[in-house]
Design a protein around this ligand. Structure first.
Ligand SMILES: [Zn+2]
Length: 97
């Protein structure tokens, strides 16, 4: 649990994402005397407890998209289904595995 005051919670929700899944965060009012909020990942199936900056997530996603484009181009002859929108399972099945 990451307990913080309202101001810290608002800033964290705006500027940070889950360190595990890069998804948005939510703040749960702990309704205690200190008026604290528990900030955690919004995805109930994620066990992530840390935060990364939203700017870092945007930069990493941009880098990953560039890497994907390079891989799709470089592997176009051996993996023709890569840009067809097929799933990894469909491509693997077509390759005989
Ligand atoms: Zn998460």
């Amino acid at each position: 649990m990451t307990a913080m005051n309202l101001s810290q919670a608002r800033t964290t929700l705006r500027d940070y994402r889950c360190a595990t899944c890069w998804g948005p965060l939510v703040a749960l009012d702990l309704q205690n005397e200190a008026r604290e909020f528990d900030v955690h990942c919004a995805n109930p199936e994620c066990s992530g407890t840390g935060f990364v900056t939203a700017a870092n997530v945007d930069r990493r996603r941009s880098d990953d998209l560039a890497d994907y484009s390079d891989a799709a181009y470089n592997l176009r002859d051996v993996l023709p289904g890569l840009k067809s929108g097929k799933t990894a399972d469909e491509i693997i099945q077509e390759l005989g595995f």
